[in-house]
Design a protein around this ligand. Structure first.
Ligand code: HEM
Length: 501
């Protein structure tokens, strides 16, 4: 029987193999054709982009873009090979984020990239699905009780984990510590569960590892020359796409277990976001998607903001001294603890320092939308339907016409009038985005950033290790990804301060 069917089987297998190879070759040819069409542009900017020649002069892609935008008369450029219009013009930013909001959604290409990971969560959808979640989430996040809850979560993490950790080390990578801290905080805030990533003695939780992997691999999709590349890999379930699928599966299982548990033991008395959302939504997958969006939105952004803040403060002892002086006046001697959300609001200089550090180093350096119908931006730039349109907070923070001739300097004072914090037009400072889809976690993020900054600075002095002392702002190198991350981390030496009562 066996020998009789073998030639037939062989023929069948070979034919099948041939078919697969043929399909793959066809797809490769298609991709090559597609790339060739896109790389045809011979303009200087596109050639510099394709050949990565910008690396000769600039440490990061965002620095090259900032240079191009500064030198463009309209503060808008177009990268033909990417079909991407990039702007640092506040009027254009207001136009796309508010005036013509409906014509500049996130769009399908973005949703596809993050779709497997974020599903239909708020961060990844447009239209009615977005409107419903936005309404529900704004209602919950607007409550005074959630701010008090966020304050408690963050300050417990600081007292129980962050400070003991700092007391136990002489040297540390602050970026790594802040990533662990922000993951623990956002998980407690969103799910009411503490993954204990800050316990250095414990291995990183499986959840944190899978979450990191899923964010990294989803971001890598955006960097492939054509979406077809990752789509084919996903279809064949190979390489990074196979890894991504496995990581998402683990996240899904854990999220579903949590939701099931919360249903079983009741959620009406719980204060975390998941429990609050469970009163308005019942579908488990939908609930999982919403909360995962919050995790992604609120984790790396906070870690990134803290890293650049501590980097800048370490380079500017005069700012550190002014922060400490204000804290002494508002909170009392330096073993005095922060006691309330209200007390944080009185720290105007600290607030200004945090805004100033995010002006120079926004956690989200650029953010893109897709143009639905042909449009003309206020500066006269024509945008064709289907173009990716990007606003660039990193470049905007370096424009003289917005911030003055000292725009490259770290000067918290620029945000103060008679010692009181004075906010800028959000379209000139779209660090939290601006307009209709402005960040929903802004207040919570500020609570977290200020609490960590003041608690650590009052107890410890940090000095940069193995890095040149910076009189002016010397630019760190960033890793590619959704959120700004220092490529080499932020190694500092840690010295405990003398505590006075
Ligand atoms: C320094 C910290 C933060 C920065 C700089 C920041 C910045 C941003 C930006 C630029 C966006 C728009 C992204 C886009 O549409 O593509 C955004 C959206 C969002 N952020 Fe934040 N964020 C921060 C912290 C947080 C935190 C802690 C949370 C959660 C508690 C959060 C929740 C959200 C949500 C839910 C959205 C989506 C809003 C929507 O699409 O309607 N963010 N954030």
């Amino acid at each position: 029987m066996e020998s009789a069917s073998s030639p037939l089987q062989f023929f069948h297998d070979s034919w099948f193999l041939f078919l697969i190879i043929f399909v793959i070759m066809l797809l490769v040819l298609f991709i090559l054709y597609f790339i060739k069409v896109r790389v045809q542009c011979t303009c200087e900017i596109c050639q510099t982009y394709i050949g990565a020649h910008w690396t000769v002069q600039f440490p990061n892609l965002c620095d090259w873009y900032a240079h191009l935008l500064k030198n463009s008369p309209t503060r808008t450029i177009h990268i033909h090979v990417l079909n991407n219009t990039i702007t640092a013009n506040p009027q254009n930013v207001e136009y796309m984020l508010k005036t013509k909001f409906e014509n500049f959604p996130k769009g399908k290409p973005f949703s596809a990239i993050l779709g497997d990971f974020l599903g239909r969560g708020i961060f990844n959808v447009d239209g009615d699905l977005w409107k419903f979640q936005r309404k529900m989430a704004s209602l919950e996040l607007g409550r005074v009780s959630i701010r008090a809850y966020a304050f408690d979560v963050v300050n417990q993490e600081i007292d129980r984990r962050l400070i003991p950790l700092m007391e136990s080390v002489h040297e540390v990578d602050l970026q790594d510590v802040f990533r662990r801290f922000s993951f623990d905080s956002i998980c407690r805030f969103s799910f009411g569960v503490d993954p204990k990533c800050l316990e250095l003695s414990l291995p990183l939780s499986k959840y944190a590892v899978c979450f990191d992997l899923a964010s990294k691999l989803s971001a890598q999709r955006a960097m492939t020359v054509s979406p077809l590349v990752w789509k084919i890999k996903r279809l064949l379930n190979i390489g990074s796409e196979k890894e991504l699928r496995q990581a998402i599966k683990t996240i899904d299982i854990l999220a579903q277990e949590l939701i099931k548990e919360r249903r079983k033991f009741g959620f009406s008395n719980q204060k975390d976001l998941l429990s609050r959302f469970m009163s308005s939504a019942t579908d488990s997958t939908y609930l999982r998607d919403i909360v995962i969006s919050f995790l992604l939105a609120g984790r790396d952004t906070v870690a990134s903001a803290l890293t650049s803040f501590f980097f800048l403060v370490a380079c500017h002892p005069e700012v550190e001294a002014a922060i400490l002086k204000e804290a002494e006046r508002v909170i009392g001697p330096n073993n005095g603890r922060l006691t309330s959300y209200e007390q944080l609001r009185e720290l105007h200089y600290l607030h200004a320092s945090i805004y100033e550090s995010m002006r120079l180093y926004p956690p989200i350096q650029f953010d893109s939308k897709f143009c639905l119908e042909d449009d003309i931006l206020p500066d006269g730039s024509f945008v064709k339907k289907g173009t990716r349109v990007t606003y660039h907070p990193y470049a905007m923070g370096r424009l003289e016409e917005i911030w003055g001739s000292d725009c490259l300097e770290f000067k918290p004072e620029r945000w103060l009038r008679d010692g009181v914090f004075f906010s800028e037009n959000p379209f000139k400072y779209p660090v939290f985005q601006a307009g209709i889809r402005v960040c929903l976690g802004k207040e919570m993020a500020l609570v977290e950033l200020k609490s960590v900054a003041i608690s650590l600075l009052r107890r410890f002095h940090f000095e940069l290790v193995e890095q040149t002392q910076h009189n002016n702002i010397s630019t760190p190198k960033f890793s590619p990804g959704l959120t700004a991350t220092f490529r080499d981390g932020l190694r500092v030496s840690v010295q405990a301060r003398l505590v006075s009562s």
